[in-house]
Ligand binder design. Structure first.
Ligand SMILES: C[S@@+](CC[C@H](N)C(=O)[O-])C[C@H]1O[C@@H](n2cnc3c(N)ncnc32)[C@H](O)[C@@H]1O
Length: 220
C-alpha cells in the first residue's frame, strides 16, 4: 500500500488497472480535443496528480498548441514532477501546474468556464453519493455548454459505483458520450458532455469535499 499520493502514482508502472484506465482516459481527452472548433481550447484538471493523462495525450495530438490548461494539485512532489514533464514537452507557457486545494473555487478563477474539465481519480475519494451529487452538480461552475468531462470510478463488491456516477451525470444535465470498463472489469471510465448553461464561479467556496486526506493513499 503506497504511503502517500506520490507513491500511489508509481503504481502506474506496475498496475494493469491503472495503465488501462490511463489509456482510456487519454483516448477520451483526445476525443474531446478532436471535437473542438479552431482556436484556443481551455482545460482544467482537478486533483491532477502529475498530469500524465493530459500531457501524455498532448504529446502526439495535433491540437497541442491550442491548449491552455490549469492543473490543480495539492501534493508538492507531484506538482514538481508535473512541471518537469511540462518543461520536457515544451509546454510551460501554455499549461500551468497550480499547487493548491482543488476543492476551492478560487483556484479556477480566470480559467473557467472550460472546454474540458478532467475529474479523474476523485470519485472514489468522496464520502457518499451526496458528495458525488454535489461535485457533479457543481461542475456547472467550471464547464462551458458542450464541455467534456472525463472521469473514473472503481467498482468493488456488488455495488456498481460507476453506474451511480452515470446516473448522477444524467440528472445534472450531462449526456454520456462514452463509457467503458477497463479490461480488468473493475474500473469504470466515462466521458460526459454538459448540455446545460454555465453558472458563475462562486468566490471562496468548496465545490466538493475530498474525503481522503491529501497525503493518505486510498483506492483510486
Ligand atoms: C487518485 S489520485 C488521482 C490523480 C490523477 N488525477 C490521476 O488520475 O492519475 C488523487 C489525487 O488528488 C490529490 N488531492 C487530494 N486532495 C486534494 C485537494 N484537496 N486538492 C488538490 N489535489 C488533491 C492527491 O494528491 C492525488 O494526486
Amino acid at each position: 500500500m503506497p504511503k502517500d499520493w506520490f507513491e500511489w502514482h508509481a503504481l502506474y508502472q506496475s498496475e494493469t488497472l491503472l495503465q488501462q484506465r490511463l489509456q482510456i482516459v487519454q483516448g477520451y481527452i483526445a476525443t474531446a480535443l478532436d471535437a473542438q472548433p479552431a482556436g484556443t481550447i481551455q482545460v482544467v484538471s482537478a486533483c491532477a496528480g502529475d498530469g500524465r493523462d493530459l500531457l501524455g495525450t498532448l504529446t502526439t495530438h495535433p491540437r497541442k498548441a491550442d491548449v491552455r490548461a490549469r492543473l490543480v494539485e495539492l501534493n508538492p512532489h507531484l506538482v514538481e514532477q508535473g512541471r518537469s514533464a511540462l518543461a520536457e514537452a515544451g509546454l510551460t507557457e501554455e499549461i500551468e501546474f497550480w499547487q493548491g486545494d482543488a476543492t476551492l473555487s478560487d483556484h479556477y478563477a480566470g480559467v473557467v468556464p472550460a472546454d474540458l474539465v478532467i475529474v479523474c481519480g476523485i470519485f472514489g475519494n468522496l464520502a457518499d453519493e451526496a458528495a458525488l451529487q454535489q461535485l457533479i452538480g457543481n461542475l456547472k461552475f467550471l464547464t462551458k455548454p458542450g464541455a467534456f468531462v472525463p472521469w473514473t470510478r472503481g467498482n468493488r463488491g456488488d455495488i456498481i459505483y460507476s453506474d451511480i456516477a452515470r446516473r448522477n451525470f444524467e440528472a445534472a444535465n450531462f449526456d454520456e458520450v462514452e463509457f467503458r470498463l477497463t479490461a480488468t472489469g473493475d474500473m469504470g471510465v466515462g466521458l460526459h458532455r454538459y448540455r446545460g448553461e454555465t453558472s458563475p464561479l462562486p468566490k471562496n467556496e468548496h465545490w466538493f469535499v475530498f474525503s481522503g486526506t491529501p497525503d493518505r493513499a486510498v483506492e483510486p
